[in-house]
Design a protein. Structure first.
Length: 188
């Protein structure tokens, strides 16, 4: 059992007969009335995101989890396949268990969170940022850079990311995986 003071991003807990992962939280102490914690919870079984507020000191049932490094192998349309780097066993997960599957490229090493009670995978965490190559984008218009103007660009995994106008096809960019946004251009 944990209390609201133990809440942190990534904590898995049992709530409403399902297992949820905390993706955002905010401790609030209003001037009048008791403190509370505003949370955003993501179901690890179906991917549904709900907002919930817990009063201060509320007891929650946490789920014991382990993290393991897995390598992303491929996607067969319905399932995403991963291989454990320690013992080479393979698992497959539905897209709902993944936060941003469109940013994963084959061979990427990710962290898989596994429930220790029944050894079932709960969710997949990508690295903080990934380097991807631009495969398609419009050419930038010269002289149109006085503002923070952006344009859509397709990266090698098929995801569409808004990038600055000076980015061209073939450039490599760093993408922040939490928000799926452009971070910087990578020189290699």
């Amino acid at each position: 059992m944990v209390t609201t003071s133990d809440i942190r991003n990534g904590l898995c807990l049992r709530y409403n007969n399902d297992i949820y992962k905390i993706i955002e939280f905010l401790h609030v102490k209003p001037g009048k009335g008791p403190a509370f914690v505003r949370t955003k919870l993501k179901s690890v079984t179906n991917g549904k995101v709900i907002d919930n507020t817990f009063s201060a000191g509320h007891k929650l049932e946490d789920v014991r989890v382990e993290t393991h490094k897995f390598q992303y192998l491929y996607n067969d349309g319905e399932f995403y396949h991963f291989m454990n780097e320690a013992d080479y066993t393979q698992i497959r997960l539905l897209e709902a268990a993944l936060d941003r599957p469109e940013l994963m490229k084959e061979g990427e090493v990710v962290t898989v969170i596994i429930n220790t009670e029944d050894n079932s995978p709960l969710s997949v965490e990508l690295p903080a940022s990934v380097v991807l190559e631009i495969t398609a984008t419009e050419p930038g218009v010269k002289g149109n850079t006085a503002t923070n103007a952006t344009k859509p660009a397709t990266v090698e995994t098929g995801a569409i990311v808004n990038v600055p106008l000076f980015i061209n096809e073939g450039d490599k960019i760093k993408v922040e995986t939490v928000k799926g946004t452009y971070k910087e251009r990578v020189k290699e």
